[in-house]
Structures are given as C-alpha cells and as structure tokens.
Design a binder for this molecule. Structure first.
Ligand SMILES: Nc1ncnc2c1ncn2[C@@H]1O[C@H](COP(=O)(O)OP(=O)(O)OP(=O)(O)O)[C@@H](O)[C@H]1O
Ligand SMILES: [Mg+2]
Length: 261
C-alpha cells in the first residue's frame, strides 16, 4: 500500500486537480485506489462524488473521539475491475481543526491506514494506492496527511512567493520528520498552471530545475480545458485528448505513479 500526500499551504496551486487526475489514472491502470480528502473545502469529494458525503464515510470521524471509524465509500466500479474509494470531507471537518496540533492527533490518520481500521466493516478490497489531498494551510489536516504518507508531491504556482512558501513547507516537514523519525520522500515538484512563454515562467523553470533536479516534473501549461474538465468531474485527457496541457498532465501523473514504484 503506497500512500502519497499532495501538499502546499498556498491556496489554489492545483493540489486537488492533481489528486483527482492521479486517482483517475491509477484506476485506469487497474489499481484499487483510495482518495482521502483532508480539506474542509471538500473539493476532491465533489469531484469524485457529487453529493453530500454520508457521515459514515466522512474523514471527520477520525478526529471525533468515541465515534466509529469512517468506512471508505465505493464510488464507482472501473470498467477494468478496479475500484475507487473515497474518504470524503466537507465543511463539517472544519470544527475539528481545533482538535489541536498534538502528535496524538497527527497520528490518527496514519494508524487508521496502517491498521486498516475500516476492515471491520468488510467489503473494502485491498487498496494499492492512497492519494491524500490537503487544505491550504499547515494545520492538523495537512500534518496528519504528511505523517501518514511515504511520498509527497508539491504543486506550485508561478509567483514570486512560491519559493518562499516551498522553503517554509520543507522546513516544517523536516522538523516534523526529525521529531517523529518519519521519512517522507518528495518525489515531485511541479508548476500546475503555467504560462510557459513569459520570461518569469522561464526563469522560474530554470530555478526549479537547478534546485530540484530530477524531482522537478516540469510545468503544465495553462488551459481552459483544465477548468472545464474539473467542472465536469472528468480527467482533462478525456475531454481534450490532443490538448497540450492534457498530454502533460497525463505524462506527469504516470511519472508520479512510476516514482512511487
Ligand atoms: N493547467 C491549468 N490550466 C488552467 N487552470 C488550471 C490548471 N491547473 C489548475 N487549474 C485551475 O486552478 C484552480 C485551482 O486549482 P485547485 O482547486 O486544484 O487548487 P488547490 O491547490 O487544490 O486549491 P485549494 O488550496 O483552495 O485547495 C482550479 O480552478 C483549477 O481548475
Ligand atoms: Mg484543493
């Protein structure tokens, strides 16, 4: 079972878009995949299941002491026999933000996944990959995802603050890793919505290549198709198979899957 978190405390950098496409690509490859939405905005949940998340499948139960553990929701049957599961979220998760930034809380998601605490309920087949989407902050939900994951991908936007944010994020992860002796491997950094032709994009690209070498996965060009696909809850390569951004998205997600081994 491989667990990957997608994180950046900056908002609107493409975390959910990437999580959604990774989940779809894994299912397409015939894997059972569990998507976990750790963001009270619930965007990943909406993109995978366009309805209210029933309480029994809600991530909030992880933080609600005394309640039963949540059970992943089977949201579709892939036509190749693979299954997508979702532990969903909504604004109701927000009240558990105040549960406190304690190590005990940070470990709740990790032990739930490691002990497969949903197993009690039966029905859930073995999950090969777990993809965790996180909110735009470094609070309890993002940190829980990092503690639970072996792999990390960091999407970035094209802004002069992006590198500062990245430094802040990697410092926080390093501190946490030292404190709890946890090794999370950053397998990808990428620009999710780039305007490649601008000088700023070119110089940013060069800086990222210099700083991250192979870890830098490149840039996904800006395309209105990305927003259209997201609104339709389908992968961009499905609605625009010849689009440059769609091709790059496909290349990037399959490279990430390869890097997870
Ligand atoms: N290559 C692209 N071209 C055009 N739009 C894009 C591209 N990549 C992402 N977007 C759009 O950018 C917006 C923000 O993306 P997304 O919601 O995935 O970011 P996020 O990091 O999850 O945001 P938040 O921090 O609020 O959770 C979305 O409307 C998405 O469709
Ligand atoms: Mg998001």
């Amino acid at each position: 079972m491989k667990v990957l978190a997608i994180a950046n405390h900056k908002g609107g950098v493409g975390k959910t878009t990437l999580a959604f496409h990774l989940i779809k690509a894994l299912a397409e490859k015939g894997h059972n995949v569990l998507g976990i939405d750790m963001d009270p905005q619930g965007n990943l949940s909406v993109s995978l299941y366009n309805d209210r998340i029933p309480d029994e499948h809600h991530v909030k139960l992880l933080f609600d002491d005394g309640k039963e553990h949540p059970v992943p929701m089977k949201i579709c049957d892939g036509n190749n026999g693979s299954c997508v599961y979702l532990l969903g979220s909504s604004i109701h998760l927000a009240s558990f933000d105040s549960a406190g930034a304690t190590l005990l809380n940070y470990f709740k998601l990790k032990s739930y996944l490691e002990k497969k605490l949903w197993k009690k309920e039966g029905e859930i087949e073995d999950v090969d990959y777990i993809i965790i989407d996180t909110p735009p902050n470094l609070g309890i939900f993002t940190m829980s995802a990092i503690v639970a994951s072996q792999y990390l991908v960091i999407p970035l936007d094209l802004s002069i603050y992006a590198l500062d944010g990245l430094r802040e994020l990697t410092k926080k992860i390093r501190e946490l890793s030292e404190e709890i002796n946890h090794n999370i491997k950053t397998i990808g950094v990428l620009l999710m919505d780039s305007n490649e032709r601008t000088n700023m994009a070119k110089s940013f690209n060069a800086t990222l290549t210099e700083n991250f070498g192979e870890t830098f996965l490149g840039e996904i060009p800006h395309s209105i198709k990305m927003k259209e696909a997201f609104l339709d809850n389908v992968p961009v390569w499905e609605i625009a198979p010849n689009n440059k951004a769609a091709n790059k998205m496909r290349e990037v997600v399959f490279e990430i899957i390869k890097r997870m081994g």
